[in-house]
Design a protein around this ligand. Structure first.
Ligand code: CU
Length: 350
């Protein structure tokens, strides 16, 4: 096969062994970044941690997704096409969004492509972020080949729920969702078309953050969405991840600063499994369940979330160095849900 080098075959074989042989792929393409020169290159043998090779970050970059909301990662002129904010007399904002559903193939592990249904071409969809009391107006255009909706968690009238037969947005049609942002907390949105598990699992979900009117203390804010992919359509996931790409943060650690507070917006959208979890090595964090309280519910090193459940986690790194984080379900961790923090800065004086 043209362009199918022994090296790329070995790379694919690594993915195959990771997936127990139940993988689905198209012709592999060379990674733009190469794959042999990382200090975190675990990919020499099937028994080592992680996937082998790199996923192209040209179309979706899990690291950019981690710290972006309201399309802030786009240049201003481009951003204006998808997001506008207008002050209102009471001091709040009208926030307007352009969201479209489109079918698109995404790369979820090196050389492993998945035929996704997406919001704005990305899985997860764009993070929508407002302040309590703002007005949110979303123009949703369905450019996919199936009926879809946007169902938001949060207060809204029933005709904005995007869940009933009458709410279905057919291919080529559009609908405007409009509601006040409340309550403050960490929420999500997803398609609510039957069969629900297929419409959600195909990739139609995203994070919806509502900030309290008095904002939370400054922190390095990170959006982590736990998801999985059923690549052979047997109603079980072959790949697990945080922010879609298996093991992305294992080879590209999340850089954080010692002594600077970190706030993680953790959302679980994993289909087919009852629960998912996050475990952080070497430290503890405060847990604010659903983010609806400013007083933590727990201080722990492992948080477990049901599908659709979410929590805000707050902590501060004490020591420089590498800190692993992963699902505490070992199976999920070994199938891609594992990453690293790289804490930088001087050791805190005690
Ligand atoms: Cu749908």
């Amino acid at each position: 096969m043209e362009g199918f080098s022994r090296r790329s075959w070995l790379r694919l074989a690594g993915v195959a062994s990771l997936l127990g042989g139940t993988f689905w792929h198209r012709t592999p393409r060379p990674s733009a970044q190469g794959h042999a020169s990382s200090s975190n290159d675990y990919g020499h043998a099937g028994h080592s941690l992680g996937t082998v090779g790199r996923v192209s970050a040209d179309r979706f970059n899990p690291m950019t997704y981690l710290r972006s909301w309201n399309f802030a990662h786009l240049p201003p002129a481009e951003r204006q096409k998808f997001y506008r904010e207008t002050p209102r007399p009471d001091g709040s904002l009208l926030r307007e969004y352009e969201i479209f559903a489109v079918d698109r193939e995404i790369e979820i592990a090196p050389g492993l492509f998945y035929p996704a249904w997406t919001y704005n071409g990305e899985v997860p969809g764009p993070t929508i972020r407002a302040t309590e009391g703002d007005r949110v107006r979303i123009t949703f255009l369905n450019q996919g080949r199936h009926p879809h909706t946007m169902h938001f968690h949060g207060w809204h009238p029933p005709d904005m729920d995007g869940a009933l037969d009458a709410h279905q947005v057919l291919p080529g049609e559009q609908f405007i969702y409009e509601f006040d942002a409340e309550p403050f907390g960490l929420h999500l949105y997803h398609c609510h078309t039957v069969p629900l598990k297929r419409h959600i699992h195909k990739g139609l979900y995203g994070v919806f953050i509502i900030d309290p009117k008095t904002s939370r203390p400054p922190a390095d804010e990170l959006i982590m969405l736990m998801n999985g992919f059923d690549t052979n359509f047997d109603n079980d996931n072959e790949i697990y991840a945080v922010n879609t790409v298996a093991n992305y943060f294992l080879t590209e650690p999340i850089r954080v600063t010692v002594g600077r507070p970190v706030r993680i917006y953790l959302v679980n959208v994993t289909e087919f499994d009852l629960v998912n979890s996050l475990h952080l090595h070497g430290m503890f964090f405060d847990v604010f369940r659903t983010g609806t309280s400013l007083v933590p519910h727990d201080n722990t090193d492992t948080v477990m979330l049901c599908q659709g459940e979410r929590a805000i986690l707050e902590t501060t790194f004490r020591y420089p160095g590498m800190f692993m984080f992963h699902a505490h379900q070992s199976e999920f961790a070994e199938l891609g849900w594992m990453g690293m923090f790289q804490a930088e800065g001087a050791r805190r004086e005690t």
